[in-house]
Design a protein around this ligand. Structure first.
Ligand SMILES: Cc1cc2ncn([C@H]3O[C@H](COP(=O)(O)O)[C@@H](O)[C@H]3O)c2cc1C
Ligand SMILES: O=C(O)c1cccnc1
Length: 344
């Protein structure tokens, strides 16, 4: 497995042309705020002032976590496969929001602890029936971790889209994500853990204890891919691979909540330039997400109190991407509309 090389998205000449195109629109300078930065970022990613969104899609990666044996989630592990069934039946929140925004949805079994059999609409990339319990041993071998990354890359290699959102489903994965966050940022475990699907304060303390004990057990895991193999999930690793390939292909990457951002933390440690390709759809109510975003210097578009995952933030932010592209392509300029420019 080789990690894609991601080119910096910056380009001074193009940045100046984009600033000029944005500033020539019939509006006070800077008045479209974040939409202006977004239009410029999309231009730099696509290397043009004629930006366009082509076939926006969201990939939802599902996988189970052995660490659920430690009682770290408010819901039972079976919810993972049951929600995959729900995605296939189009009954989940992500189905509703993706459809509302004309966004294709791809559901991937990265490692759910359930035998689905061949199913329409389910992309079978199962590497195992979930990870091992990282309280006792590494979640997966380095070899399985690399296979998950490679599988994620392959999923994106031929995708006919230039905007890709990332979502996940996996009971217990806020515990894996918090452990990754702690190991990759150095932020104290207490500031990485949160309620996930709805733990009580006692439950959160127990989750913190479980992570701290596991961190002590696996003190030799330092390098990003070792950290990913030790604490991650199959869905998180596959997502990280998909993100790296999507950035290599100069797609716009739409980042969802706490778990998706933890996969990006891994990818960004491997290829820091990936961050130039990322649009952070929202700040989750999972308590560590704000700190995780701050660590990446990321500015989220929305703050809606979401704490769901599945890629829901990506689907909800998509209309803002359309607005950015449309204002740059469709608004009149001061010259074309014969509107007077700012007084000197
Ligand atoms: C019905 C249901 C639907 C979900 N959709 C996403 N998640 C979210 O919750 C899980 C992580 O939380 P924890 O680490 O506390 O288990 C992930 O599956 C995430 O996608 C769901 C959780 C539930 C219960
Ligand atoms: O931020 C998220 O993506 C999230 C938070 C809680 C539970 N599941 C997902």
């Amino acid at each position: 497995m080789s990690i894609p090389t991601i080119a910096a998205s910056s380009n001074d000449t193009l940045a100046a042309s984009l600033d000029q195109a944005i500033n020539n629109k019939t509006k006070p300078l800077g008045s479209l705020g974040v939409l202006e930065s977004l239009a410029k970022q999309i231009g730099l990613i696509q290397q043009t002032t004629k930006i366009a969104l082509h076939n926006p899609a969201i990939m939802v990666f599902a996988g189970d976590h052995g660490v659920v044996a430690e009682g770290i989630s408010a819901y039972p592990q079976d919810v993972t496969w049951q929600m995959v069934e729900n995605f296939l039946a189009k009954g989940a929140a992500i189905n509703v929001f993706a459809q509302q925004n004309n966004c294709a949805l791809h559901i991937i079994d990265a490692g759910v602890n359930h035998h689905f059999g061949p199913r329409d609409g389910l992309i079978d990339r199962k590497l195992a029936n979930g990870t091992q319990n990282f309280s006792r041993q590494a979640a997966m071998s380095r070899q399985t971790c690399e296979a998950a990354l490679a599988s994620g890359m392959a999923l994106v290699a031929d995708l006919d889209a230039n905007v890709l959102g990332f979502g996940e489903m996996g009971i217990g994965n806020t515990t894996a994500a918090a452990a990754l966050m702690h190991k990759l940022t150095g932020i104290a475990v207490a500031d990485c853990v949160g309620a996930g699907t709805g733990l009580t304060s006692d439950g959160i303390r127990h989750k913190q204890d479980v992570i701290e004990a596991a961190v002590a057990l696996h003190s030799t895991a330092i390098e990003p891919l070792d950290v990913l193999a030790t604490f991650g999930g199959l869905e998180i690793a596959m997502m990280a691979g998909a993100m790296l390939k999507a950035a290599e292909r100069r797609m716009v990457l739409l980042i969802d909540g706490f778990i998706v951002t933890s996969a990006l933390l891994v990818a960004a440690r491997l290829q820091p330039a990936i961050l130039g390709y990322c649009v952070f759809s929202h700040c989750s109510d999972e308590s560590g997400h704000q700190r995780m975003l701050a660590n990446l210097n990321a500015r989220p578009l929305l703050q809606l109190g979401l704490r769901l995952g599945e890629g829901t933030g990506c689907a909800l932010a998509l209309p803002l991407l359309h607005a950015s592209v449309n204002f740059l392509n469709q608004m009149a300029t001061f010259e074309s509309a014969q509107v007077s420019e700012k007084a000197e």
